[in-house]
Ligand binder design. Structure first.
Ligand SMILES: Cc1ncc(COP(=O)(O)O)c(C=O)c1O
Length: 387
């Protein structure tokens, strides 16, 4: 039987019932105005509002992205213009500058997979041309570029807590430019969404913690929860209850004002972020070290080193000559993936061979805090066997 890899980080019972909590919700940029949204895509939409962009304005977006970043910009009424990201995942400055025109109002940059981009070339361009910089930190828990915290350099920045933590929803908007004042109305998630979040979280807790002899109880619970979800779906079909779904790569304009759920805020104040950062860094360094020692011939780490203080979301690697190696890995239970399935349909990859290269070849390996040394070694052995 294949090894059972933990797909997502586990939520410890101790966190759920922790009496120690932060008095305010945490933020990597605690001194700047911060708001908490259901997903990072909502946060981005709210950020566009704060920047007071107007329909028809142009926003420059990297041609290597996740479509959940592109859709809010389009649905805001803005025109997305793509710019080239080189095969090393860094910006092609000349190409980016060639795309700046009179209607251009903002540039989006991404710190891919938690690895800091050099922000200086972006800041040079935005200052020179009078544009806004939108710093996409959806893959960042913490990190810095040249000693400056990621997420503090763009006029606005967005984060996605749920990508790192055992919570089902949670995005964040930070406004760094003190000239931007925004009155953003954060709505509480409706009862249907709160119920859905609670059920999914409870299911996750059962799956993570309940030993196999209690699986029957789980089955009974699952049957009940399916019935309840069906009722919720009925409720959601009325327009005032448009769903805010974290399972879907789409952007739902109807729920764009939904804040982070109460459950996720409760957990965010109790989760030990330091230990998560340390564990992810440790797992990523362990994998890199294994590859550098030659234990996985044919696997090339995409980023050769990790800068101090960063926390990778995943570890990207190249496996030349092995098309769809991630699918092989998935067939063995390793939750590896590429971004091949999240390309925005408006991006014509014929014009962006570097983007195509990255979508086709960059394999993203899990290193989350729920993986212990045994899980890491099993992933390494599985890769070795498949190679
Ligand atoms: C670069 C980037 N930006 C934004 C998002 C949106 O994050 P969320 O799923 O929290 O809306 C994603 C999601 O994967 C992403 O990869």
């Amino acid at each position: 039987m294949d090894y059972l890899f933990p797909k997502d980080p586990i939520l410890p019972w101790s966190t759920l019932f922790s009496l120690t909590k932060q008095t305010i919700l945490p933020s990597p940029i605690p001194t700047h105005p911060t708001s908490y949204w259901f997903l990072a895509r909502n946060a981005l939409y709210q950020g566009l509002k704060a920047l007071r962009l107007q329909p028809g304005d142009e926003v420059l977006v990297p041609a290597y992205h996740c479509n959940t970043l592109v859709e809010p910009i389009i649905q805001f009424g803005l025109k997305v213009v793509f710019y080239n990201i080189r095969r090393d995942c860094h910006v092609d400055v000349e190409h980016l500058e060639s795309k700046i025109h009179t209607k251009t109002k903002a540039i989006v940059m991404i710190h891919y997979f938690g690895f800091p981009q050099t922000v200086a070339p972006y800041l040079n361009l935005t200052k020179h041309h009078g544009l806004y910089l939108i710093e996409d930190c959806a893959h960042v828990l913490v990190g810095e570029d040249d000693g400056i915290p990621l997420g503090s350099m763009g006029d606005i920045s967005v984060f996605s807590w749920r990508k790192f933590l055992p919570i089902k929803d949670g995005g964040m908007l930070v406004i760094n430019n003190s000239n931007i004042t925004a009155d953003l109305l954060e709505e509480n998630s409706n009862n249907f969404t709160q119920a859905k979040v609670a059920i999914n979280l409870f299911e996750q807790l059962l799956a993570d913690h309940v030993p196999s002899f209690q699986k029957l109880t789980v089955r009974v619970f699952n049957t009940l929860s399916s019935a309840y979800k069906a009722i919720i779906r009925l409720g959601e079909s009325s327009p005032q209850h448009l769903p805010a779904s974290y399972d879907s790569p789409s952007f739902q304009i109807g729920s764009v004002n939904q804040g982070m759920s109460k459950i996720s805020k409760y957990l965010l104040r109790r989760i030990n972020l330091t230990s998560i950062i340390e564990k992810r860094y440790f797992n990523a360094a362990y994998l890199l070290d294994t590859i550098n020692k030659g234990a996985l011939p044919g696997v090339i780490p995409f980023f050769k080193e990790f800068s101090p203080g960063m926390c990778p979301w995943v570890v990207p690697v190249l496996v030349p000559g092995r098309t769809n190696f991630h699918i092989l890995l998935r067939s063995k239970g390793v939750p590896a993936f590429t971004w091949g399935g999240v390309i925005h349909p408006s991006l014509n990859l014929h014009n962006y061979p570097d983007g195509k290269f990255l979508y086709d070849n960059l394999i993203l390996l899990p290193i989350h805090q729920g993986m212990n040394e045994k899980d890491m070694n099993s992933m390494i052995t599985t890769m070795k066997d498949l190679l």
